[in-house]
Design a protein around this ligand. Sequence first.
Ligand code: ACO
Length: 327
Amino acid sequence: MPLKSKITGTGSYVPEKIISNHDLEKKINTSDAWITERTGIKERRVVKAGQTNSDLCLEASRMALQAAGLRPKDLDMIIIATMSGDMPMPSTAAILQRKLGARHAASFDINAACSGFLYGLSVADKFIRTGASRKLLLVGAEVNSRFLDWKDRSTCVLFGDGAGAVVLEPTKGKSGVLSTQLHSDGNLWDYICLPGGGSENPPSAKTIKNRMHFIRMKGNETFKIAVRTLERLVISTLEEHNVETSELAMLIPHQANLRIINATAKRLKLPMSRVAVNVDKYGNTSSASVPIALDEVVREGRIKKGDYVLLEAFGSGLTWGSALIKW
Ligand code: ACO
């Protein structure tokens, strides 16, 4: 039997501070009714002053390691999927390595925006299948709140902060990550972007004045592509493995918008009881959303050994990806 990777522990963490739709009503020209109806979001979590991306990763990682029964020094690799790391250099994974005391691990970050966790899972899976890693920590984590224009109602109501982590180990059994699918269309990179702060537009008085250090999104255009693309993606992922929707125990979608999640579930004819939803509580936590939702359903006992679990995400790049797991 060839090696597969298996998730042996999950964890998640969201900051304590809550910003509700009603809080936002007091600051910008929006309403709880609009946000709820258009997105399904009721509130989101944001970091407090001084709290960093790697701090969120640390909490989620400790939970995942505990669930897997491992110590930090057992890890041989740490991968963080993020677009809002502590700093451009070094990687947030290296900073987390120090905070955890995971001295035997290699560490690096991956950026595929909201699809980051799926990209990270695909990379992690390859390391494990080839035998190059045996104890791997994968985290999806974002501090989106520091990259939001809190005057722009079209973006600031959508995003939140948080982290989700999984430990992956090799298995020769039937369970594990069956396959991952990754896609992107760089022609549409400007649909969702953060144009300032990189080497094209390094920080300057001009980039600050032009509000280039904040997330920009063509929301409506992205929405239409996301719905179409995700519908195709989930169908093709199940078809690849001859898995019927009736056999799917749980869909764990990226949490960007409840209307997108509902459309995907409808396309699959999947009852919402078999779909993980937490966008109401956390908003869009980008690469953290899938692993946070996964950790929640695991801890709620909603998936059991042998179940098929489908993960999917869509985001800036544009990027999209899926993973089919036999739990
Ligand atoms: N409150 C009140 N009104 C608002 C708000 C707000 N917060 N935001 C926008 N509006 C207004 C607009 O100005 C517009 O008004 P107009 O008709 O007078 O011009 C109206 O509401 C409709 O705006 P749309 O943008 O067309 O609204 P839509 O129904 O498309 O919802 C949303 C917007 C929620 C952003 C949706 O398009 C969406 O979810 N898009 C996909 C997001 C996504 O999946 N992104 C990928 C992941 S993100 C990443 O990778 C970083």
